[in-house]
Design a protein around this ligand. Structure first.
Ligand code: TXA
Ligand code: MG
Length: 322
């Protein structure tokens, strides 16, 4: 299965594959997605199979415009409208009420459907070419690190995808923020859109949703987003001896003595850090290290999303859930 640079021609070919039930990986502004026609249950089943994803974990449906949105979700509530206006297309996923045309496999049996309108030009071009919405989880094997480059997709999925559209490194680097609207505004997954930006539009959002309270968000399972190498967030420096065969992921600086170091942002900028976050973890994971030590990041802005992924990689609960 080829990786093709995302030219107009390749996008056309990808759309044809998707129309006939294929599975195509494509770039979005957050991470690469593994897409299938959201109305084709057999194609969607292949996505679950390729990812080895349990069928109780619902997918996000991607739309290009309001007309496509209307085909997957019931008319949206008053709370949703200003958010869509302000943040779509972009890295915000909203949990809406499902239309019956959306197969229950997509929503894992739920009457809600998670929807977003991506802003990446390749994702939008593909959706427009298709003319149908794409159900697409992140294009990694279940529980693994999310792909921010086309090469990550192939390694993670053992080359079982029909086609990978290569649009280069994804500009934001971390998954979308997932927001529930009912019965109250609640942050289900911190992500590339800081919750502070959402609150500036709609007021307070509940941030402390516990994992047990989310029947439906196992992307929020404790063990998730994990590299193969054991990882831990370190709150104080580890003894020099213990650094020799370990890697270090830091924000601006690293203690000396580590076998490999990746720094996320010279200036300590959390947005810049998020862009290379998964890429740096993929790199460290490939080095055969004993362990990856990660510096604790400030839990504001995009730091909240990164710490959420790190805690899950460690096997703990989500940010705000304790
Ligand atoms: O940025 C992103 O969101 C990327 C790109 C490809 O769009 N997609 C992504 O999908 O991260 P995935 O499958 O890795 O995560 C989707 C999350 C899962 O945790 C799932 O449980 C949650 O969305 N989800 C899907 N449908 C839901 C629903 N109806 N209610 C609550 N959570 C839902
Ligand atoms: Mg995922």
């Amino acid at each position: 299965m080829p990786i093709l640079p995302a030219s107009d021609e390749a996008v056309l070919r990808a759309a044809e594959m998707l129309r006939s039930g294929g599975v195509v990986a494509f770039p979005t502004e957050t991470v690469y997605g593994l897409g299938a026609n959201a109305f084709n249950a057999a194609a969607v089943a292949r996505v679950f199979e390729i990812k080895r994803r349990p069928s109780f974990d619902p997918l996000i449906v991607h739309v290009a415009d309001d007309a496509m949105l209307d085909r997957v979700a019931q008319p949206v509530s008053d709370a949703a409208r200003p958010l869509m206006k302000r943040f779509w297309p972009g890295p915000l996923t909203l949990v809406l009420r499902r239309r019956s045309q959306v197969p229950l496999l997509v929503t894992a049996g739920l009457e809600t459907v998670a929807v977003r309108m991506p802003s990446h030009p390749v994702a939008l071009a593909l959706l427009r070419r298709c003319g149908f919405p794409l159900a697409a989880p992140s294009a990694n094997a279940f529980g693994g690190l999310s792909p921010t480059r086309a090469e990550h997709v192939n390694t993670a999925l053992d080359e079982r995808v029909d086609l990978v559209l290569d649009g280069g490194a994804t500009p934001l680097g971390i998954e979308s923020t997932i927001l529930a609207l009912e019965p109250e505004l609640a942050l289900l997954r911190p992500g590339a859109l800081p919750v502070e930006a959402i609150e500036a539009v709609v007021g307070a959002v509940r941030r402390d949703v516990r994992d047990e309270e989310r029947p439906r968000s196992p992307g929020t399972l404790p063990q998730h987003y994990a590299p193969r190498t054991p990882l831990r967030v370190v709150l104080e420096p580890v003894p020099k001896r213990a650094r020799r065969r370990a890697g270090y992921l830091g924000l601006t600086a690293a203690p000396d003595g580590y076998a490999a170091v990746r720094l996320l942002s010279r200036s300590g900028d959390l947005e810049e850090a998020a862009v290379c976050f998964f890429g740096a973890l993929h790199e460290l994971d490939a080095l055969g290290l004993e362990r990856i030590d990660v510096q604790a990041l400030p839990e504001r802005g995009l730091g909240l999303a990164m710490m959420d992924r790190l805690r899950r990689a460690e096997g703990h609960d989500a940010v705000g859930s304790k």
